[in-house]
Design a protein around this ligand. Structure first.
Ligand code: EPZ
Length: 428
């Protein structure tokens, strides 16, 4: 088992480059299924979720060539199957985008029910509602979601909940449908805009992405394209908070400051300095950290994917902060792990009460999921002494070269292979 060892309590200092956005990449790679040409996609983060998504495309006949470490050339012209049901598919939430993409291309798709981070029920009813509005029928049998349509015809879809995944899937299914589709109450996350820009660069006619009403005029042909993915908002936010938690001073480069406004505003409320440049932010923290209340919301609200990280920071702020999780039902399980550092966090349903403490002490913890794992790294960097984090595979799903990037900022962090009990016993 691989673990992170962190000797904490030294300030992060220097510059860090933010990679391409995971959640844009895992939507744009399957969106290439809809192309009638070859797509060259740049600024792809080198993380496990992306490798898995590329592999899933190869399994159904796509050719994915790595041009360099952050550029893929994807040729989906010879895809020969609308069925995607491997173990890889089951392990990844974003594999549900194959439903929209394959439906859009073949008018048929059979894809395993998706897995992903576990923070409560993760339904796909809004995805299916969207497909039905376009004329598709569906069934769920033996762990497979089957959708099919004689014809896909544009229509009006009102989403009952703001869902990133459903918005993306409906765009994918509608982009080559007959006529016009309008998605009302659509999600507005930056990666939805990025997906629409990618599809438009191939000749799609999508307008309104980034607002709650997206209009998609169906087209019959999408050319190949060359496209560069936006920087990762959540990776940037994680480095902002890690800097604040260690009382550091870091220039966070290759970001879109507008995407980080909600995080910047909260950090300033906490007493952290944030200076904005065209495509960089300088974050530094030298005074007291103040309590603040946080409510997670769909974009442009405070992102749920930053909730564990800001909870870790508020654990060492003066006073008591209240965190309301408004997106997921069960996203506070990691607080038991944070409490091992000496944090004082109590949870009641979707509300956490964080009583600030003066210092944290290193300990052994688990990364329960991707962002929970990021919170453990932040707490470990801020804590006195040594922290050991298990299950770092979750962290590596979404953070490119996190050990190298933090080390370059002066952190004492190492990834170490530690044989687990089972492999030690086997070797005896
Ligand atoms: C995306 O998940 C992200 N994943 C998640 O990031 C992120 O937490 C989430 O959006 C919210 O921002 C990817 O982009 C790959 P949703 P998604 O559909 O699309 C309910 C990370 O750490 N809902 O917007 O699965 C649902 O239960 C990951 O990078 C329905 O009720 O999230 C939830 O309460 C973790 N019916 C809310 O909507 C549906 O059909 C938002 O879910 C779909 C969703």
């Amino acid at each position: 088992m691989e673990k992170f060892f962190i000797n904490g309590h030294s300030p992060l200092k220097g510059e860090v480059n933010i990679s391409g956005a995971k959640n844009a990449a895992v939507a744009i790679i399957p969106a290439a299924i809809l192309s009638d040409g070859v797509c060259q996609i740049e600024n792809i983060p080198n993380i496990n979720d992306v490798t898995l998504m590329a592999h899933i495309l190869e399994q159904i006949g796509a050719k994915v060539k790595m041009i360099n470490k952050s550029t893929f050339e994807i040729d989906t012209r010879y895809i020969n199957s609308y069925v995607s049901s491997s173990d890889s598919v089951r392990h990844m939430r974003a594999s549900c985008y194959l439903l929209g993409a394959l439906l859009g291309r073949f008018h048929k798709a059979s894809v395993s029910l998706p897995g992903g981070c576990d923070f409560g029920v993760r339904p796909i009813d809004q995805h299916l509602k969207g497909f039905s509005s376009l004329g598709a029928t569906y069934s769920i049998e033996g762990g497979l979601v089957n959708v099919s349509a004689e014809r896909l015809v544009g229509s009006s879809v009102y989403m009952d909940v703001v869902s990133v995944g459903a918005t993306i899937n409906i765009i994918l299914a509608a982009v080559k449908a007959e006529g016009t589709t309008i998605i009302e109450n659509a999600a507005k996350e930056p990666h939805i805009v990025d997906l629409a820009n990618f599809l438009n660069s191939m000749g799609a006619e999508i307008s309104g992405a980034g607002t709650d009403s997206i209009k998609i005029k169906g087209v019959s042909y999408l050319s190949g394209t060359k496209y560069s993915i936006i920087p990762d908002q959540i990776e940037a936010g994680t480095y902002m908070i890690a800097t604040a938690a260690t009382r550091g001073d870091v220039l966070i480069k290759n970001v879109i400051p507008k995407h980080l406004e909600a995080i910047t505003a909260k950090l300033q409320e906490i007493g952290v300095h944030v200076e904005e440049f065209d495509d960089a932010l300088r974050v530094f923290s030298d005074g007291a950290l103040r309590k603040c209340n946080v409510k997670t919301m769909p974009h442009p609200g405070f992102p749920t994917d930053m909730q564990p990280q800001i909870t870790a920071l508020l654990s060492i702020a003066n006073g008591t902060s209240i965190i309301n999780e408004n997106v997921w039902d069960n996203r506070f399980r990691y607080t038991d792990e944070l409490n091992r550092f000496g944090c004082k966090i109590s949870v009641d349903g979707k509300v956490a009460v964080v009583e600030g403490v003066s210092a944290l002490t290193g300990t052994s913890v688990r990364a329960l999921d991707l962002r929970a794992g990021a919170a453990m790294v932040i707490a470990g960097l801020a804590a006195y002494g040594t922290t050991v984090i298990e299950d770092v595979k979750h962290i590596e799903r979404g953070y490119e070269n996190i050990v190298e990037k933090l080390s370059a900022l002066g952190a004492d962090i190492k990834k170490v292979y530690v044989p687990d009990d089972a492999s030690v016993l086997k070797a005896l």
